[in-house]
Design a binder for this molecule. Structure first.
Ligand code: M6R
Length: 296
């Protein structure tokens, strides 16, 4: 299947993409030439659809944390019709694999018509969006044939990380040492992806467990929350199993009532200050007999 082929291409295409955004000797992040000054940006607005909108949500966590800039993220189908406030020095960012999604393109045109400087994280360089943005930030995922987005998503994240670091540097919120550390992690990402992909056997076993479930809940906190949303979207799209993504801390405010032994719960956790909280969410799920699949 194309989707499977594209999943396995990720280490290579993410490395290809990062090559355009990293100066390996200086251990710095680099951006294409631009004719505006990132240090003047006062606010960031990120607009996209579907999987690409989850890249926008993760961008909100990263840019706010690293650059201390306020970020609004929205799905394009809401953004374009809700007459958003676009005053001040806004950087409008669209994220799209195809560069042709009608709602995202309309959102881009709406921002431009309102005097917003725009950047686009886009995979198809000849697309309408690629031609119309002020700053093109290309992903080098190659053609994505599978309808379910995989490699485009991870390449978009690589570029979003680079943009976040650039904004942080431009706003004077990141030291050279911090930047070196992040670039080091980015350089390790393709190898880490390879390592993850080598867990095929375990993943197949998990798939059999999940296939029996009627409902699947994906939980995460921080940037793992949009990842949970993406996981749920992918499962719905590919397996036709009902799945929901939830912020793990919200579980006790409703969805906990659904947990019972026929439910699989995929919990995404990464190192960080909320890691212990996610662990306690796992215990709550276990106490109610839910089957936990933890990815960390
Ligand atoms: O081409 P785009 O990235 O603009 O497409 C947006 C969405 O339609 C897309 O991300 C969709 O959600 C995924 N293909 C689902 O896997």
């Amino acid at each position: 299947h194309f989707m499977q082929k594209e999943i396995y291409e990720q280490p290579v295409v993410v490395a290809d993409t990062l090559q355009s955004y990293i100066r390996p000797l200086e251990m710095q992040v680099a951006m294409p030439q631009m004719d505006f000054d990132l240090s003047e940006v006062e606010r960031v607005v990120i607009v996209a659809c579907g999987t690409a909108s989850y890249v926008g949500m993760i961008g909100k966590y990263w840019i706010e944390q690293m650059a201390r800039l306020p970020v609004d993220g929205d799905v394009a189908s809401e953004f374009r019709y809700r007459d958003p406030v676009l005053t001040g020095k806004v950087l409008g960012v669209v994220v799209s694999q195809s560069g042709e999604t009608a709602d995202t393109l309309a959102a881009l045109r709406h921002m431009k018509a309102n005097g917003v400087t725009t950047a686009g994280i886009i995979n198809v360089p000849t697309s309408s969006m690629a031609r119309e943005v002020d700053l093109l930030l290309p992903t080098h995922a190659g053609p994505e044939i599978g309808v379910a987005s995989t490699k485009a998503f991870t390449c978009q994240l690589a570029v979003m990380a680079a943009l976040s670091v650039n904004l942080a540097r431009a706003k004077g919120k990141m030291t050279a040492e911090q930047e070196r550390e992040i670039v080091g992690h980015l350089k390790e990402a393709p190898a880490a992806m390879n390592a993850a992909l080598s867990h095929d056997d375990e993943i197949q076993k998990m798939a059999h467990t999940i296939a029996e479930a009627r409902d699947v809940l994906y939980l995460g906190r921080g940037p793992c929350y949009p990842l949970a949303l993406e996981g749920a979207l992918k499962l719905k799209e590919i397996s036709y199993i009902h799945a929901e993504g939830y912020a793990a801390g919200e579980m006790k405010h409703g969805p906990i009532a659904l947990i019972e032994p026929s439910m699989s719960i995929v919990v995404l956790n990464s190192k960080g200050r909320v890691s212990d909280k996610v662990r306690s969410n796992i215990e709550q799920v276990r106490a109610r007999g839910g089957r936990v699949i933890a990815i960390g």
